[in-house]
Design a protein around this ligand. Sequence first.
Ligand code: NI
Length: 129
Amino acid sequence: RVHFNAAHRLYNPAFPEDWNTRTFGVCANPNYHGHNYELDITVTGPVAPETGYVLDINVLKRLAEEKLLDHLDHRNLNLDVAHFRAVNPTAEHIAIYCWDVLRPSVPADLALRIRLWETPRNYVDYEGR
Ligand code: NI
């Protein structure tokens, strides 16, 4: 589990202001709002006989830091992360983004699951489909 703080605004520029307000409520407020995101990264697969690990936790931690947290933590997702200039930064889209970014760096024989907590009561899971 890793953690990041970030600001965002839910907004679809293809639709008028009143549609965005109706659809996203206060999440569409123009001056952004913040979340304390918790990101659970789960890998599953065989235990390697030579190490006794599925994957060295330090390798996974470093991947999360370099590939995700360095770019997401204490950022404005809409403005600072190129991907979200064109993609509405909902929890769903952030989870998919995290999976897509990590997948190429996780050994191909291991399954990858992302659980993104946007609030302590609200999470989304993504496993690549
Ligand atoms: Ni929000």
